[in-house]
Design a protein around this ligand. Structure first.
Ligand SMILES: Nc1ncnc2c1ncn2[C@@H]1O[C@H](COP(=O)(O)OP(=O)(O)OP(=O)(O)O)[C@@H](O)[C@H]1O
Ligand SMILES: [Mg+2]
Length: 231
């Protein structure tokens, strides 16, 4: 459904992505891995219109969106969960959950989110910024879930979270998949994302240096060959 062809992008005088080919099919779960500074976040931002491609092409279901603004991606069912959660810290949990809903759907949105993450139910009147990191990530994921997107791009959802909270986050990512959504997951916990993903892309210094089936590459191989970390 999403395809980047030979995409180059960057900031000011810096080129970050160099000729990136990247594809996500219907219902596919793609793990996007690579060392810090490789350009993973930039790739997600470019794939959703926040950073403009300097050359190459970005297509969504065959439609050329290379020069399109983020809202054009959103309108076509693409949901980007950015690094650092992407919630509204000064609004309450309830407001965060209902901000996108039509008025008659508001109580339904809250019910759906609290069914997914019961802990949010007891925090509806608290400002989102005062939630714990794990709770904030649950709120961010709930917002994605409620908009019924077709493709969700998740940037480091488990960063800084306790293992049990990460389990919960992954459980919800699986639910998104069961609902037929496609996923792109940027993740530091390689092992966890390999269990979920169908396809692995590895980015290094702005170039894709590996594409393959998740079952055909091991964690050690990823670390040793591509991330330069001894295991
Ligand atoms: N707004 C910006 N302006 C200028 N340079 C930027 C900007 N954002 C990122 N960069 C640079 O682009 C390069 C790629 O950054 P990016 O955030 O895409 O990497 P990443 O793979 O997501 O890294 P991490 O694993 O640390 O999140 C880095 O060298 C970074 O310093
Ligand atoms: Mg990043």
């Amino acid at each position: 459904m999403l395809a980047l062809h030979e995409v180059t992008a960057g900031y000011g005088g810096t080129t970050v992505l160099r000729g990136v080919d990247f594809q996500v099919g219907d219902g596919e779960i793609v793990a996007l891995l690579g060392p810090n500074g490789a350009g993973k976040t930039t790739l997600l931002r470019t794939a959703t219109g926040f950073v403009k491609a300097r050359s190459g092409r970005i297509e969504l279901n065959g439609e050329d969106l290379t020069k399109s603004a983020p809202h054009n991606f959103v309108r076509r069912g693409v949901c980007h969960l950015p690094e650092g959660r992407g919630i509204f810290p000064s609004l309450t949990v309830q407001e965060n959950l209902t901000i996108q809903a039509r008025s008659r759907d508001r109580s339904e949105s809250v019910a759906e989110a609290t069914e997914l993450f019961p802990v949010l139910g007891s925090r509806l009147r608290q400002t989102a910024g005062s939630l714990s990191g794990g709770e904030q990530q649950m709120l961010a994921l709930s917002r994605a879930y409620l908009t019924h997107p077709k493709l969700v791009l998740v940037d480091e959802a488990s960063l800084g979270l306790a293992p049990l909270v990460v389990d919960k986050i992954y459980e919800v990512l699986r639910r998104l998949v069961e609902r037929g959504m496609s996923l792109v997951v940027v993740e530091q916990y390689v092992q966890r994302v390999l269990e979920l993903a169908n396809t692995v892309y590895i980015l290094s210094r702005g170039e894709i240096i590996h594409v393959g089936k998740a079952g055909e590459i091991g964690t050690d191989e990823i670390y040793e060959k591509y991330l330069g970390i001894e295991t």
